[in-house]
Ligand binder design. Structure first.
Ligand code: PYC
Length: 332
C-alpha cells in the first residue's frame, strides 16, 4: 500500500473554508508564482482535486499551499487551490492563509504587522492586527482591479435576457446588478442562483473573451457575482458569488469585492476615501477601501483594500491511499 500524506490546517474566513497545506505540497518550478501555478496545473492538479473535492472536501472547499518567495524582500509566496481550479488570487483564502500561517508560526514577518505576499496574480500587501496569539483582522491590498467590459448581453434560463458588467479583481467576475429581469439576489433561492450561474458562465465564455492584458495566463470568466440589497442598512451592498460548479461563497469574496469596487469606481459610484462594506450571502462582512488609483493597460484601475477575519478550525492530516478509488476526489 502506498500512501501520500498532507498536513493541513483548516480555517474559515467569514464562513468560507480555507485549507492550508502546511506539509506534503509539491516542489514547483518557475521564475514567479504565475509560472509555478502553470507547473502545478500541468503536473499536480490531482492534489487539488483530492484535497478539495469529496470525500475529503466539499463543494465550497478552498485552500492554499505556501512556498518560499522568489524575491527575498517578500515574506512568502502562495498558490491557491479550490474546487473551481487553481485561482490566480483569492481574497478570503489570503485572509485565512495569513491567519493560519501567523498563529501556527509557519512564517515570521520581516516587519511585524505586515507581510508581502507573492501570488500568481501579483504582489499582495498585508497588514494585520494581533492580540496575544490571535490574529484579529487581516487587511490585504490587492493587485490592481479594473472594469473589463460593460453591458454584455446574455440569456439567462427562467429570468430571460440580462445585461452584465465584467470586472477583474484577481479573477474575472460577471456582475449581475438588479435590472428588469433580476430583482436582486434576495428574491431567489441559492439553488436557482447556482444553476443559472453555470449557464451564464458558459454562455459568456462562449460569446466573449476575457484575458488579462498583462498576463495572458489569466483568462476566462470563472465567477458570477449576483448583487442585491444588504441585510444591514449600514452595509454598502450584498453579494452571492458563485464559483466551481455548485459553490456560493459564504464570505463576501475578496476578489469579487475587489471586482465590484473597480466596477463602481469606473462608473464614478465609489471614490477614494469612501468605505465599501460588502455583505455575503450569510451576512458576514468585508470592509473595502481604495488604497491606490492606478491603471491596467491604460484602463482606470484601483488597488482595493479588503479587510476581514478568520478562525482556525483544526489540524487535519489527510491521506491519499493508492487503494482508494476516490483518491482524486469526485463531483456529483
Ligand atoms: O475571496 O477571492 C475570494 C474568493 C474567490 C473564490 C472564493 N472566494
Amino acid at each position: 500500500m502506498a500512501r501520500k500524506t498532507f498536513f493541513c490546517i483548516d480555517a474559515h474566513t467569514c464562513g468560507n473554508p480555507v485549507r492550508l497545506v502546511a506539509g506534503g505540497g509539491p516542489e514547483l518550478h518557475g521564475a514567479n508564482m504565475s509560472e509555478k501555478r502553470q507547473h502545478f496545473l500541468r503536473e499536480y492538479d490531482w492534489i487539488r482535486k483530492g484535497l478539495m473535492f469529496e470525500p475529503r472536501g466539499h463543494d465550497m472547499m478552498s485552500g492554499s499551499i505556501l512556498y518560499p518567495p522568489q524575491d527575498p524582500a517578500n515574506d512568502v509566496a502562495v498558490l491557491y487551490i479550490e474546487t473551481s481550479g487553481c485561482l490566480p488570487m483569492c481574497g478570503h483564502g489570503t485572509i485565512g492563509t495569513v491567519t493560519i500561517a501567523l498563529e501556527e508560526g509557519l512564517i515570521t514577518p520581516k516587519v511585524p504587522g505586515q507581510l508581502r505576499l507573492e501570488t500568481p496574480a501579483g504582489l499582495v500587501l498585508v497588514s494585520y492586527r494581533q492580540e496575544g496569539q490571535k490574529i484579529k483582522s487581516v487587511k490585504l491590498t490587492n493587485i490592481p482591479a479594473y472594469l473589463d467590459s460593460e453591458n454584455l448581453a446574455v440569456e439567462c434560463p427562467e429570468l430571460g435576457p440580462l445585461r452584465v458588467d465584467v470586472a477583474y479583481g484577481g479573477n474575472f467576475y460577471a456582475i449581475v446588478d438588479p435590472q428588469e429581469n433580476f430583482q436582486g439576489l434576495q428574491a431567489y433561492p441559492a439553488d436557482k442562483l447556482i444553476s443559472w450561474s453555470r449557464v451564464l458562465r458558459q454562455l459568456l465564455n462562449e460569446q466573449y473573451t476575457f484575458v488579462h492584458p498583462e498576463n495572458p495566463t489569466i483568462q476566462g470568466l470563472s465567477h458570477i457575482l449576483w448583487a442585491g440589497d444588504p441585510l444591514d442598512p449600514s452595509s454598502t451592498a450584498r453579494n452571492a458569488v458563485f464559483y466551481g460548479d455548485k459553490a456560493i461563497d459564504r464570505s463576501p469574496c475578496g476578489t469579487g469585492t475587489s471586482a465590484r469596487m473597480a466596477q463602481w469606481y469606473a462608473k464614478g459610484k465609489l471614490k477614494p476615501g469612501q468605505e465599501f462594506i460588502h455583505e455575503s450571502i450569510i451576512g458576514s462582512i468585508f470592509k473595502g477601501t481604495i488604497e491606490e488609483e492606478t491603471t491596467v493597460a491604460g484602463r482606470p484601475a484601483i488597488r482595493p483594500g479588503i479587510e476581514g477575519w478568520a478562525i482556525i478550525t483544526g489540524h487535519n492530516t489527510i491521506f491519499f491511499d493508492d487503494e482508494d478509488p476516490y483518491v482524486h476526489g469526485f463531483q456529483v
